[in-house]
Design a protein around this ligand. Structure first.
Ligand code: PLP
Length: 359
């Protein structure tokens, strides 16, 4: 068997232990004589998986009891619409802090449902920084403030939680479970699964219960958080396989020592990669140092004509998906939980060798 070091931004690497367990489980899952993909979502075996996944997630993030944990479909993108559909009426205003492409997309989606006030916008800085909170132009009557704690494309991350009393709605797709968070600071957290949770197809929403009654009456059933809360996310046939894998990933995380242990490893992985980039004139990271992402590390080669050779040779050395997003160019290493420290060490060694031979 040959496994590469996969630096994909998503769908991203999954832990090998989880993949092996899936392989073992596939033909005869839990003695049912079927794979998990073939059993009813209402079977006692699957209902137990769903309950275990929720309990594990609650344990990992210390989710307070007055929050619901939902597992809808539709990815983070659907939540960009569901947040305003579930929290606002047409005349309400929501504040959006735009520090990257995903925040911009979320603001555009919300504008279809409510008034949007862009309280801060870092597009004039090519999304390489977070405007100082004191400069944000927040509205007096915002129903909520939406932001993206980690912008996956440009690699910009908040290392603080915005202040104020307005309920916070956070798209945590590319940072969730990478370290401990204080869920009680947020009204709503949502995340697509395909980075730190599991395969694409399932979505995580953590919502404070007192917000569940605000949905518009004409919302489709499947776009109403309360429908999921009232049905243990079995509103319709759920993505059972993705849910089962997410449960295995949560268990794997618990076995690693939880998000506390992950946070220590992730801080170390990011800091050694940034240190290697900063120590060289051959590579640069364009992001302001106080808001560099732990999960997505873009880097530009001083000579972009070497990009093709870098990608080709890194692939030959067993490292994939290092091409940067087309809007940023250069390279991007996504170093989520399942990307080991050894993989980051291998990348750093490769970068040094490539610089030595091409610099
Ligand atoms: C921060 C962020 N938000 C939203 C999305 C879109 O997620 P999905 O494809 O699950 O809708 C992504 C995808 O990479 C992302 O990184």
């Amino acid at each position: 068997m040959s496994r590469v070091h996969n630096f994909s931004a998503g769908p991203a690497a999954l832990p090998l232990e989880v993949l092996q367990r899936i392989k073992d489980d596939i033909p005869d899952w839990q003695g049912t004589g079927m794979s998990v993909m073939e059993v009813s979502h209402r079977s006692k075996e699957f209902v137990a998986v769903a309950a275990h996944a929720e309990a594990s997630l609650r344990h990992l993030l210390s989710v307070p009891d007055d929050y619901s944990v939902l597992f809808p479909q539709g990815g983070a993108t659907l939540q960009m619409a569901m947040a305003p559909m579930n929290l606002t009426g047409p005349g309400d205003t929501a504040d959006y802090v735009v520090t990257g492409s995903w925040g911009k997309k979320a603001a555009g989606e919300a504008a279809k449902f409510c008034k949007v006030n862009v309280a801060a916008d870092a597009s004039d800085k090519n999304f390489t920084t977070i405007p100082d909170e004191s400069t944000w132009t927040r509205s007096d009557n915002a129903t909520y403030l939406h932001y993206v704690p980690n912008e996956t494309i440009a690699g910009v991350e908040f290392h603080f939680v915005p202040g104020g009393d307005v309920p916070l709605v956070a798209d945590m797709s590319s940072t969730i479970l990478s370290r401990p968070i204080d869920v009680s600071r947020f009204a709503v957290i949502y995340a697509g699964a395909q980075k730190n949770i599991g395969p694409a197809g399932i979505t995580l929403v953590i919502v404070r219960n007192d917000l569940l009654d605000r949905a518009r009456v004409d919302n489709p059933h499947l776009m109403t958080w309360k429908s999921y809360a009232d049905s243990d996310s079995m509103t319709n046939t759920p993505p059972t396989f993705a849910w089962y894998v997410a449960d295995l990933v949560f268990q794997w995380l618990k076995d690693q020592g939880g998000v506390e242990a992950m946070g220590v490893i992730n801080a170390r992985k990011a800091s050694k990669l940034y240190a290697a980039i900063d120590a060289s004139d051959f590579y640069t990271n364009p992001v302001a140092t106080d808001c560099r992402s732990w999960m997505n590390v873009p880097f530009i080669l001083a000579d972009s004509t070497l990009d093709g050779a870098f990608l080709e040779q890194s692939k030959a050395a067993g490292m994939t998906n290092l091409k940067g997003h087309r809007s940023v160019g250069g390279m991007r290493a996504s170093i989520y939980n399942a990307v080991s420290e050894a993989a980051v060490d291998a990348l750093i060694a490769f970068m040094a060798e490539f610089e030595r031979t091409n610099g």
